[in-house]
Design a protein around this ligand. Structure first.
Ligand SMILES: Cc1ncc(COP(=O)(O)O)c(C=O)c1O
Length: 405
């Protein structure tokens, strides 16, 4: 097939691939447990449904301004004021088809060929590929101390005259850890001194546990917004469990937002007016749903930790937020792809190999499903890997005997 070398080099998203594999197995009636997913099973908030249904019922479903409807932008301004303690103008905001498109548009807009973007391992799978898709170079920084928390000295060593941006995702997919406020302050100061764009992917910023409070990056910038290199990306996918609505946004200096709007206008024109209405409904509606979802996920996190602790040989770092944890399974197999494939084949449990996130030997496990799924999923993983666990298990209707350890 005669397609571009660049397009050919872009791999399929591993998480989407695994979700599809799990769906096909489920369709065949297999008792699959999905510990790979990044979306809770809640229903969309009623205010989101009513707001989008009302828009649909008018039959007036047309293009909107490329940067989003004025009323959704107003809701985002209010969200930014309430959650970041920052007043921004409509010209600072652009609405996109998910935080994913927001990040991609930013990279497309910021990068010249061969310019570098610092990405902190463990990282969200899409960052390096998106940088490559914009002809940039992803520069991965892995904490030298073996933890999941980045260190300034490791970052400083990787910064060069080609460094254009750094992406910060805290709380972090896949590790679940939240970076310290001191680190956030230091990295913003560093970026401002060096003239490097600091992209904060805040998609999980309110999904945090143990009484933690979201960190507003604006608190740590010394510059006013128009002269700042600080860019915030956020969205409704994780906040309200509205992944399928595909609405995210960027808050950036006006000049940059204008260019982002030109870029988006040439690609997608705008996002759907129905979905923008849904996002507006969620943002302006009853907010107790966010706390309800957060509490449910925190409880799930606790169950996941409890189950994993009884598993000899697995090293765990307790997540501070998100839906994910990234335990170290290298005592069982250093090759996370092999491990993940074995677990799917033998135990019908979907996990995501740590290699995809720059952390070989680890598996990303999601705890946004049900408690039953978490407990049964870990029991099956134990059965498949741990010779000290009982060698018989029921999976669905079938009794299976382990004969490979
Ligand atoms: C770190 C991170 N950023 C962005 C996204 C994408 O969010 P959205 O659904 O708004 O595109 C995800 C989704 O998993 C994510 O984990």
């Amino acid at each position: 097939m005669n397609v571009s070398q660049l397009a050919r080099s872009i791999p399929e998203s591993p998480t989407l691939k695994l979700t599809e594999e799990a769906r096909l197995l489920k369709e065949k009636g297999e008792a699959v447990i999905h510990l790979g997913a990044g979306e809770p099973k809640n229903k969309a908030p009623i205010n989101a449904i009513l707001s989008s249904a009302a828009k649909l019922n008018t039959g007036d479903v047309k293009y909107t301004p490329a940067d989003g409807t004025p009323s959704l932008k107003k809701a985002i301004i209010r969200y930014t004021e309430e959650n970041y303690n920052k007043m921004v103008a409509p010209e600072n905001i652009i609405v996109s088809a998910g935080a994913k498109q927001a990040v991609y548009n930013l990279l497309f807009t910021l990068l010249n060929p061969q310019e570098e973007v610092i990405i902190l391992a463990p990282y969200w799978v899409s960052y390096p590929e998106m940088v490559r898709m914009c002809y940039g170079v992803p520069v991965i920084v892995t904490p030298e101390d073996g933890s999941f928390h980045p260190r300034m000295q490791d970052i400083e060593q990787k910064v060069s005259s080609y460094t254009k941006a750094i992406i910060i995702n805290s709380p972090n997919n896949p590790s679940g850890i939240m970076y310290s406020e001191q680190f956030i302050a230091e990295i913003i100061d560093f970026c401002e001194r060096k003239g490097i764009y600091c992209i904060m992917d805040d998609i999980y910023h309110k999904l945090i546990f143990d009484g933690r409070k979201p960190i507003s990056a604006y608190k740590h910038t010394k510059k006013d917004l128009e002269n700042s290199k600080l860019i915030i990306v956020n969205g409704i996918s994780k906040l309200y469990g509205m992944t399928g609505f595909r609405i995210g946004w960027t808050v950036a200096p006006k000049a940059l937002t204008g260019i982002l709007t030109n870029v988006q206008g040439q690609i997608t024109t705008t996002t759907s007016v129905i979905l923008q209405a849904a996002a507006e409904g969620a943002l302006t509606g009853i907010q107790s749903i966010v706390e309800g979802l957060r509490l449910m996920i925190e409880n799930n996190r606790n169950v996941m930790m409890q189950e994993l602790q009884s598993f000899n040989g697995v090293k765990i770092t307790k997540p501070d937020g998100t839906f994910y944890c990234l335990p170290d399974f290298s005592a069982y197999n250093k090759n996370s792809l092999e491990l993940s494939q074995l677990l799917l084949k033998k135990a019908l449990v979907v996990t995501v190999p740590g290699k995809e996130f720059g952390m070989e030997g680890h598996l990303r496990l999601s705890y946004c499903g049900t408690i039953k799924e978490i407990k049964q999923g870990i029991e099956r993983i134990k059965w498949a890997l741990d010779p000290n666990s009982p060698n018989e298990i029921f999976i669905g209707e079938r009794k299976l005997v382990r004969d490979w350890l």
